[in-house]
Ligand binder design. Structure first.
Ligand code: UT7
Length: 319
């Protein structure tokens, strides 16, 4: 049996920090509202000359260093992003060039905040099918460029950042299972509806969201996907050592953990310092928990995400 094994992770946050107090000077909001309704204290904002591929490049270099893998050993690149450098080519191709990798498949996936889960599941299936030995999987986002900075209902929620993971073929798990879902009937609930026509954006160029609908849906599926994942692996919820959920709102995370009976001590959270970094939030949180020594060999780590589409999914890893 062939598995994918994680051999290194890395992450990157842009230097500039935007606090809730900074936002108080920009829109009609307050630090206490943002903290109590979302758990966010601050977020990072990319510099004008930084693109999603630049954030990704920094995260990838750290993952390659951690895994002791050189560019010529990577034979698949998948980038999850909602904020690509260009309409085309893919950010994965630009990243491939910046990393100096000569020839391997490289493509983007678009599943918004579930993007990293979709990308990792895809890379896992490439590896288990024997079509690739070592894959680089990245979530990278610059949401600050698609926010209406006069709309307090969205601009306080998001941040910029990138996280990367290297996985390679192994006869030992590794990734135990992946689970992907989508329900396109909600496509209008969380969207950026503008589209590019003759070089110009037609329609609304900013994120719009029915916050309450997203909240309720997220709590429901974030619970369901954990049950689905443990059942398929003949495990109990108590066998999960670390839950690493997409970081959209601390109340979504706490409600999910409570419904599942998972103590918050077993849940990795970064929402306070990063805000919602969409496809980057899960690999950013994973990298943090690995580097600070929380995740140890033999433990079960469950990654789960939900986002626009709606899309949702999970990947279970035995570390
Ligand atoms: O990654 C996946 C994508 N996103 C999500 O998962 C987000 C899911 N949704 C949420 O996290 C929450 O629904 C929000 C944080 C977006 C909103 O929290 P809420 O508790 O659902 O608040 P609400 O939308 O019901 O708004 C409550 C009040 C409203 O005022 P009124 O009508 O009660 O007078 C809003 O106008 O809070 C007001 N409000 C704000 N006040 C201060 C909305 N945004 C702000 C703000 N500062 N930034």
């Amino acid at each position: 049996m062939m598995y994918s094994k994680v051999i290194g992770t890395g992450s990157y946050l842009p230097e500039k920090v935007l606090t809730n107090h900074d936002l108080e000077n920009m829109v009609d909001t307050s630090d206490s509202w943002i903290r109590s309704r979302t758990g966010i204290e601050q977020r990072h904002i990319a510099a004008d000359n930084e693109m999603a591929s630049d954030l990704a490049l920094n995260a990838c270099r750290k993952a390659m260093k951690a895994a002791d893998v050189s560019a010529d050993e990577i034979n698949l690149i998948i980038v999850a992003t909602t904020t690509p450098d260009m309409t085309f080519p893919s950010t994965a191709c630009i990243l491939q060039y910046k990393l100096g990798i000569k020839d391997c498949p490289a493509f983007d996936v678009q599943a918004v905040c579930s993007g990293f889960i979709y990308a990792l599941a895809t890379a896992d299936m490439f590896i288990r099918a024997g079509r690739c030995r070592t894959a680089l999987v990245v979530g990278t986002e610059i949401y600050s460029r698609i926010l209406d900075w006069t709309d307090r209902s969205t601009c306080v929620l998001f941040g910029d950042g990138a996280g990367a993971m290297l996985i390679t073929q192994s006869d030992q798990p590794g990734i135990l299972s992946n689970h992907l879902h989508a329900d396109g009937s909600y496509y209008n609930t969380l969207s950026l509806s503008g589209n590019i026509c003759s070089g110009k954006i037609k329609g609304n160029p900013y994120v719009s969201m029915e916050g309450n609908t997203v909240f309720k849906f997220a709590v429901k599926v974030m619970e369901e996907i954990v049950h689905e994942t443990v059942a398929e692996n003949n495990l109990q919820i108590s066998d999960i050592d670390w839950l690493i959920p997409h970081q959209a709102n601390i109340r979504i995370i706490q409600s999910t953990a409570k419904k599942l009976g998972i103590p918050m001590e077993k849940v990795v959270t970064t929402i306070d310092k990063h805000g919602n970094t969409s496809a980057a939030s899960i690999p950013l949180a994973l990298d943090l928990a690995l580097r600070d020594g929380r995740i140890r060999p033999g433990q079960h780590v469950l990654l789960e995400g939900v986002g626009g589409g709606f899309t949702w999914g999970a990947v279970l890893i035995r570390w």
